[in-house]
Design a protein around this ligand. Structure first.
Ligand code: NAD
Length: 466
């Protein structure tokens, strides 16, 4: 059979693109070498949220007294915490299987490679059950994702025992008493947050001059303060020169401000970014254009090869599930000649630690680099009634407007629940809202979202509750 579309990779990009293509009347197959749902559902976004929920509940019951409650000293069963996270991932993996059936999408389990074809490259699948299947289609969508970057030159490579990448950290062989986390991006900070909540001594090493370096500087500073309060240790501007096993643990050699230091711990998590899974697919032979290790695509996801699309992590930053889904759904609409969704929507970023961090649009630093004339407003949760009542007064909302037009350019949040609040800003930027629109919106009282209104008012010096 000739399909209209074969999708390679069933992460949130691939499976959502496949569903949209099927909704558009296309006959679709999806090839997956491992688990339906990809990294996000099985080894990333979802199982980490399950671990972090256990950590959050544990933190809260350790502070029962703050809420006028009493109880016995809480504990945890580490194996059960991990099992719960694995069960959540399994449930969602099953959910994707159900969605494939519901949308009449053929699932082919195996590893796909590409060869020259008629309308689009031909897909040859080495089946997991043995043997091969050749699949021809009018369109092929590469949604093959990415994996953890390791640095063999300095020994920062998973050994599955003491030196971990996110996969090991999600299905750990033990609860480490101490950890060195290399990298303070979302992965490093989320795992640092989880293991710290369960009592590990955690030191985070970051090569750049601040933690969460893609975030607004004020957010990085507030986050560092909040994490230090929770007992994290940081080495900032620190270059890791060697990671080695030593005794029953690891030794991580770092250079900070010209001085050498050795950090010792029971384990180490390598969280220094990702690499696209573009090897062994046959891309070179097809002449697929690449850009710094990623597949080059246009704004509809098309590569330079006829009938071949690439979306999500394998096609470049930001390496986020929701960006992959958006690109894939857009490409599936484009290839079916349907009405297209927004081409360049703002892509929010979230870090689900305690406290949470969320942002969308540009930072104050980027606005300065671009020479934009901006107006900035801020509102701290310590002046928000709901946050105080909830015992969550840390953090703030910061908004950045264009001074001339009033357009909302960026929003930066840190505090409890902010990953749920940032979507208001996503909608606002997508709809080209201005300062006036935000200031004229009625926010429900009492909610933490009122800080959005107050921060917008602050841009004009008209805050009400502070
Ligand atoms: P990242 O690129 O976001 O962060 C890696 C950090 O490691 C950077 O700050 C970098 O400066 C630092 N670093 C690199 N080499 C180093 C070295 N040798 N020594 C010390 N520090 C070093 O990567 P990540 O945290 O691994 O995440 C990978 C991708 O996955 C990111 O794009 C991230 O946004 C995405 N992700 C998102 C979420 C989320 O949305 N919550 C969760 C996990 C991952």
């Amino acid at each position: 059979m000739t399909y209209d579309l074969v999708v390679i990779g069933s992460g949130p990009g691939g499976y959502e693109g496949a569903i949209r293509a099927s909704q558009n009347g296309l006959k679709v197959a999806i090839v997956e070498r491992e688990l339906l749902g990809g990294i996000c559902l099985n080894w990333g976004c979802i199982p980490t949220k399950a671990l972090l929920k256990s950590a959050e509940v544990f933190d809260k019951i350790n502070h029962l007294g703050d809420y006028g409650l009493t109880g016995e000293k809480p504990g945890f069963d580490f194996e059960k915490v991990v099992q719960r996270s694995r069960a959540v991932a399994k449930q969602l993996n099953g959910g994707v299987g159900y969605l494939m059936k519901k949308n009449k999408i053929d699932v082919i389990e195996g590893f796909a490679t590409l060869e020259p074809g008629k309308d689009a490259p031909k897909v040859r699948v080495k089946l997991n059950k043995g043997g091969e299947q050749v699949v021809e289609a009018k369109n092929v969508m590469l949604a093959v994702g990415a994996r953890a970057r390791e640095i063999p030159a300095i020994g920062a490579v998973s050994d599955g025992d003491r030196i971990w990448t996110y996969r090991n950290a999600l299905s750990p062989n033990r609860m480490p008493k101490s950890l060195v986390v290399i990298g303070s991006g979302a992965i490093g900070i989320e795992f640092a947050s989880f293991y710290r909540s369960l009592g590990a001594e955690v030191t985070v090493v970051e090569a750049l001059d601040r933690i969460l370096p893609v975030e607004d500087k004020e957010v990085s500073a507030e986050a560092q303060k909040a994490f230090e309060k929770r007992g994290f240790k940081f080495r900032i501007g620190a270059k890791v020169t060697k990671v080695e096993k030593s005794g029953a643990g690891v030794k991580v050699s770092v250079e900070v401000g010209g001085k050498a230091e050795v950090l010792e711990a029971e384990g180490c998590i390598v969280a220094v970014g990702i690499v696209a899974n573009t090897e062994n697919l046959g891309l070179e032979k097809l002449g697929v254009e690449m850009d710094r290790g990623h597949i080059k695509n246009d704004s509809h996801g098309k590569t330079n090869v006829k009938g071949l699309y690439a979306i999500g992590d394998c096609a470049g930053p930001p390496w986020l599930a929701h960006k992959a889904s958006h690109e894939a759904v857009h490409a599936a609409d484009y290839m079916a000649g349907k009405k297209l969704s927004n081409l360049n929507p703002p892509i929010p970023g979230c870090t689900y630690a305690t406290p949470e961090v969320a942002s969308v649009g540009i930072t104050e630093q980027v606005a300065k680099e671009k020479g934009l004339d901006v107006k900035i407003g801020r509102f701290p949760f310590k002046a928000n009634g709901k946050a105080i009542a909830a015992g969550e007064p840390g953090g703030f909302v910061k908004v950045i407007f264009d001074k001339k037009t009033g357009a909302l350019l960026g929003a930066h949040l840190i505090g409890a629940n902010v990953t749920e609040m940032v979507q208001g800003f996503c909608l606002a930027i997508t709809m080209e809202a201005t300062e006036e629109d935000l200031q004229g919106t009625v926010f429900p009282h009492p909610t933490m979202s009122e800080a959005i209104l107050e921060a917008s008012l602050d841009a004009d010096g008209r805050m009400i509750n502070l």
